[in-house]
Ligand binder design. Sequence first.
Ligand code: AMP
Length: 177
Amino acid sequence: MLSKKDLTDIANKIRNVPNFPKEGINFKDITPVLSDIEIFRKAVKQMAAPFMNSNIHIVVGIESRGFIFGVPIADCLNCGFVPVRKPGKLPCDTESVSYELEYGKDSLEIHKDAIEEGQNILIVDDLLATGGTAEATCKLISKSKGNIVGFTVMIELEFLLGREKLNQYNVHSLVKY
Ligand code: AMP
């Protein structure tokens, strides 16, 4: 279990950067968490904790900060890691899903052979905001016939209601704003 002190220690390392990358966005900078190995380890352990007995076969990390947390979480869960990437980055055959952004569209890709039918999947990212990225990732995994067990993030911006888009999954976050 995450003690109150652990949670405060992690929260204190998240740096708020107003108006980045554009006016009106309060960017949550996680780099101070990464440069403190004890705090980073605590965050990783607590992001993995609810899924230790869920028989996860694959951790899917969302580019790019989902990779940083995803690989050590896969190590904790003793399973493999699969990247979900921005278009044009993966070298072999891919599945692709487009999704709406505040302005315009984006898409995400996964290797077609990365997930076997029925494998239990945990999705990892650094932060849940509107849930659009996570929802697109869920669609990709469903195309691959994976069984999504849950979604884990370090930070949740609760006021953006991302959780509502993921209501059929077990969504776990450590620090909530
Ligand atoms: P969303 O699709 O709106 O849930 O956005 C989640 C993705 O955008 C994650 O991959 C985050 O890394 C990034 N993101 C969104 N809002 C912020 C923010 N305020 N600070 C840092 N990263 C953010």
